[in-house]
Write a protein that binds this ligand. Sequence first.
Ligand code: IMP
Ligand code: MG
Length: 181
Amino acid sequence: MTAEVPPEVERILFTQEQIEARIDALATEISHHYRNRSLKLIGVLKGSVFFLAALARRLEVPVKIDFLAISSFSNKSGAPGMVRIAKDLDESIEGEDVLLVEDIVDTGFTLRYLLQTLAGRGPNSLAVCTFLDRNSRRIVQVPVEYRCFEIPDHFVIGFGLDHNQLYRNLNYVAVLKRESE
Ligand code: IMP
Ligand code: MG
């Protein structure tokens, strides 16, 4: 059964086959880097869930998984980039090799906040793996060790990414039509 492409889709950026091939390659790279160690994957809810699950299945090192959720808000003057933890991790990360798994890094505000917070909890190592990277919109510089795809400056949906909480379950990544934004 082939699901229909919703009318809000402008064009497909990455097909399921392209995504799977890229995650395969990334998993091999990560497994090599962390060989003889175990890895704690930390997923940022909800967008990273699909990517994290696909990546974790392909990793060849022992993995633990934990999640946190954040919420972003603007301050009184309307400046973006204020982030807080809405749901914290279940377990400590002290002494662990942590890979923070994100759906997309855009301005970098979310990631900067998360890295500062997690670094303060004493992990043995802390690195970032993002499904998508929109580097052209970066406002704060953040380290990104692993990325699946660099994307152009368009709003995208699918494979975990939503628009008003919809379309996370598309098995491809698509550009949302302008008029739908
Ligand atoms: P930033 O890097 O702090 O600007 O924010 C990144 C967050 O904004 C991501 O974790 C997503 O939740 C959301 N986001 C940014 N761009 C997109 C997009 O194109 N589609 C869906 N969500 C997005
Ligand atoms: Mg997110």
